[in-house]
Design a protein. Sequence first.
Length: 114
Amino acid sequence: VQLQAFGGGLVQAGGSVRLSCAASGSIFNIKTMGWYRQAPAKQREFVAGITAGGTTNYADSVKGRFTISRETAKRTVYLQMNSLKPEDAAVYFCKMSTMRSDYWGQGTLVTVSS
């Protein structure tokens, strides 16, 4: 199983970027999909999650600015990030969970210039 994340890059503060993460390999019946991030010298933290039924939840720091969505048939999860702030800069990791296992992507770097 591989999770491949795309969409990171350099963006100005106040700008937007859309991340995507697609799974390949033998991963089925994905229950939850989510995004986490890790800034330099900080621990990885939860950003957003979405269940198979479409229920979403967000870290307080991104509520109202980020939107998570999924295309289950494509085994893909997205993160639309708007009104970016310098403190949003981090490596963003996607995660997909089945009943048995958690799978992580390799991370994609988002840099926010002020």
